[in-house]
Write a protein that binds this ligand. Structure first.
Ligand code: ZN
Length: 222
């Protein structure tokens, strides 16, 4: 009976009820209260093991879902377009004669007939001095005609440049902020929003509440 105090209320109640019924039925082969107690103790142990097992399975599924959401839902083709964006941001474009001083990015989605569409944006303006904020018009596509049959936008990405801008007041120079900026977070409108730091080689997932997770570029591309 002492063991029962560790059991749940449900087990206790059920045990009590069955004991009462048992008392009415008197006959040969009847289990003694000690035998019954041991039986319920084993049942309780099994329930605890089952419960722990269920929790373990739920955690595993949840972890798997998180990994899936942050890695696999970005199609390989989009990941390749992201690599191209990093290279493009590091290379000269427009007024950025050295490379590393402008943003690149794009969007992806599906067409009305379910095909993947990747829309690369035009290179952003050059920002070579500290304090010049880099930006990108993500909806200004290189090939706008590709968006003709676009049914759903699934995600967007842009690269925060890796160059070191010129100092304006005696400081040696300044890097571009690598994680999503306040403006990025404010405008996070897609189901998946990604900033890639060209310098810290980190992939940041963010939404309207801020950065939701980050992963090393190497891991992301695996
Ligand atoms: Zn940004």
């Amino acid at each position: 009976m002492i063991g029962w105090k560790f059991e749940s209320d449900k087990t206790l109640n059920r045990g009590h009820r069955e004991k009462t019924a048992n008392q009415k039925r008197k006959g040969p082969g009847e289990k003694t209260p000690v035998q019954r107690s041991a039986q319920y103790k084993t049942k309780g142990k099994t329930m605890r093991i089952l419960r722990l097992f269920t929790i373990a399975v739920v955690i595993q599924i949840w972890t798997g879902a998180v990994i899936y959401a942050h890695g696999q839902t970005v199609p390989t083709e989009v990941k390749q377009a992201m690599i191209a964006s990093i290279s493009a941001s590091n290379r000269p474009a427009g007024g950025d004669t050295k490379g590393g001083f402008h943003e690149e990015g794009g969007m992806w989605g599906v067409t009305t007939d379910g095909k993947l569409v990747i829309l690369a944006s035009k290179s952003g303006p050059t920002s070579v001095k500290c304090g010049d904020g880099a930006h990108l018009l993500i909806g200004d596509f290189v090939q706008p005609e590709l968006s003709a049959n676009l049914a759903t936008i699934l995600g967007e990405w842009h690269v925060h440049p890796g160059g070191i801008r010129e100092a304006t007041t005696g400081v040696p120079g300044c890097v571009f902020v690598q994680p999503p900026s306040a403006a990025d977070i404010r405008e996070a409108a897609c189901p998946i929003n990604i900033v890639i730091g060209a310098s810290d080689k980190t992939v940041y997932f963010y939404g309207l509440t801020g950065t939701t997770s980050k992963t090393k570029l190497k891991e992301f591309l695996r």
